[in-house]
Design a protein around this ligand. Structure first.
Ligand SMILES: CC(C)(COP(=O)(O)OP(=O)(O)OC[C@H]1O[C@@H](n2cnc3c(N)ncnc32)[C@H](O)[C@@H]1OP(=O)(O)O)[C@@H](O)C(=O)NCCC(=O)NCCS
Length: 189
């Protein structure tokens, strides 16, 4: 018998699905991606450095043990390849607000709609399952592909932290973006 909640698969989009991180299977891919310095410099402000799989695996295991981790592997629907991750970090349960981070480590998939599809799934999980009120993120102003992808997923620009980042002797702004539950609901009907 079909449940009254319907047959919506929360984790499945048009191009990708969200999967639990598998430390045994996934750590090698994350280590491989860390050797791409452009990817690392698009992702966050940590010093870009190549990493080994072992500490990544240990970190993934620690998160999995906690049981409340909202980080997912992004897999293609076409052949189930792991191409990246997306994760929500609850900034405040009382305010029902989370920060989202995303990265497609496999650059062959950039600019082909996979990241926006994964972000839409993360938002559906955030608003439908975690019942959050808003989701926030930040991007370097030079990451125009990411900003465009976030706008497509429904995020609005909310502010600019001027000259926040330094790369190769030049300073760059950080763009703050956010989406509210009702904006997401309006966009999802
Ligand atoms: C950011 C990221 C998740 C976006 O996913 P994606 O699959 O590449 O994005 P999409 O293809 O869904 O959307 C990208 C949009 O930007 C456009 N675009 C592509 N390259 C661009 C560029 N260099 N500058 C501006 N826009 C660009 C695309 O045409 C598309 O817009 P359109 O559909 O209106 O044509 C992915 O590119 C990624 O992981 N990059 C490396 C790590 C990273 O930047 N993480 C985010 C940190 S804030």
């Amino acid at each position: 018998m079909r449940s009254q909640l319907g047959d919506l698969n929360l984790y499945r989009g048009e191009l990708v699905r969200l999967a639990a991180m598998d430390p045994e299977q996934d750590a090698d891919a994350f280590a491989r991606w860390s050797h791409d310095s452009e990817y690392r410099r698009l992702l966050d402000s940590d010093p870009a450095r190549p990493e080994r799989a072992a500490p990544i695996k240990a970190d993934m295991e620690k998160r999995a043990e906690r049981g409340d981790d909202n980080g997912f592997g992004v897999h293609t629907l076409a052949d189930d390849t792991l191409i990246g991750f997306v994760g929500l970090w609850i900034a405040s349960w009382t305010s029902a607000e989370a920060f989202v981070g995303i990265g497609l480590g496999d650059r062959a998939y950039w600019g082909r709609g996979y990241g926006t599809d994964a972000m839409r799934l993360a938002l559906r999980f955030a608003f439908n399952e975690l019942n959050l009120r808003r989701v926030s993120l930040e991007a370097f102003s030079y990451n125009t592909r990411a900003i465009r992808s976030y706008e497509k997923a429904g995020f609005r620009r909310e502010g600019t932290q001027r000259e926040w980042a330094r790369r190769d002797g030049r300073r760059w702004d950080v763009v703050s973006m956010g989406i509210l539950r009702e904006e997401w609901e309006r966009a999802s009907v």
